[in-house]
Design a binder for this molecule. Structure first.
Ligand code: KIV
Ligand code: NA
Length: 272
């Protein structure tokens, strides 16, 4: 099978829904390669795997390391990698240098960056120079300090701002746009109005595709469940129970059992 490209994703506008998840490691990327159309190496890695309080502390070096790990697990799905906070906002030249580094050092097929109207010039600059860009509007977590919290974006008179952002990134040449935490009707309107696929997270089933943070949908975090996350598994509690059972068996000396230990082989006997 041929690897999926950013242009393939763009061509899915109005077709069957585009499926994507985040990944940060080789084994998880491998598990989703056959099923997902694109895999996002999200800067959510900082919160999900490194315990950071927000995505603002994520560095280029972290993105390169996780991007390389994810790439080793993928053969088919498109790999999209997030540009971290501070790596692109100064202007097109800074953005190009860092986007080129992410693609060169990880093999990603596209980058994603946050912002609408204010990032249109940068998106156009990158796309014209060979870098496919996925935009990300609505709730943009790297702007948490100016947005004042992880709240729904684009309600009431704010809707016009998000609509303008969607048109700006589409016209600038983005091949798709993530709509995060916006009202369903607004997501549906944007999906109908713009020529590129919308990828919803906390948006609408009417979007051209969906993305979720892998560890959230696997139920890794018992204490964290935003309304827009559906848990398709409960791995966190399962892992905790396994750890407790292991501890109990170690303390009672029932682990390791006979099948886990090695006999003192007789001379000439076959060793395992
Ligand atoms: O970093 C991330 O995981 C993301 C998705 C939530 C879209 O940007
Ligand atoms: Na992100």
């Amino acid at each position: 099978t041929k690897a999926i490209t950013a242009e393939d994703i763009r061509a899915r506008k109005g077709q069957d829904p585009i499926v994507s998840l985040t990944a940060y490691t080789t084994p998880m990327a491998g598990l989703m390669d056959d099923t997902c159309d694109f895999v996002l190496v999200g800067d959510s890695v900082g919160m999900v795997l490194h315990g950071l309080p927000s995505t603002l502390g994520v560095t280029m070096e972290m993105m390169v390391l996780h991007g390389q790990a994810v790439a080793r697990g993928l053969k088919r799905a498109l790999m999209v990698i997030d540009m971290p906070f501070g790596s692109y906002e100064e202007g097109p030249a800074q953005a190009f240098g860092n986007a080129a580094r992410l693609m060169r050092e990880t093999g990603a097929g596209a980058v994603k960056l946050e912002g609408g109207v204010e990032m249109a010039e940068t998106i156009r600059f990158l796309v014209k120079r060979g870098i496919p860009v996925m935009a990300h509007i609505g709730l943009t977590p790297q702007s948490i300090n100016t947005l004042g919290g992880y709240k729904v974006q684009g309600r009431d008179e704010q809707a016009e701002t998000v609509i303008a952002d969607a048109h700006a990134v589409a016209e600038a040449g983005a091949f798709a746009v993530v709509l995060e935490k916006v009202p369903q009707v607004l997501a549906d309107q944007i999906t109908a109005e713009i020529a590129i696929p919308t990828i919803g997270i906390g948006a609408s089933a009417g979007c051209d595709g969906q993305v979720l943070v892998l560890d959230d949908m696997l139920g890794m975090f018992a204490a964290f469940k935003p309304k827009f996350v559906k848990r398709y598994a409960d791995l966190g509690p399962m892992a905790e129970a396994a750890i407790k059972e292991y501890a109990t068996e170690v303390r009672s000396r029932s682990f390791p059992a006979a099948e886990h230990v090695f006999a003192d082989a007789a001379p000439g006997a076959k060793k395992d």
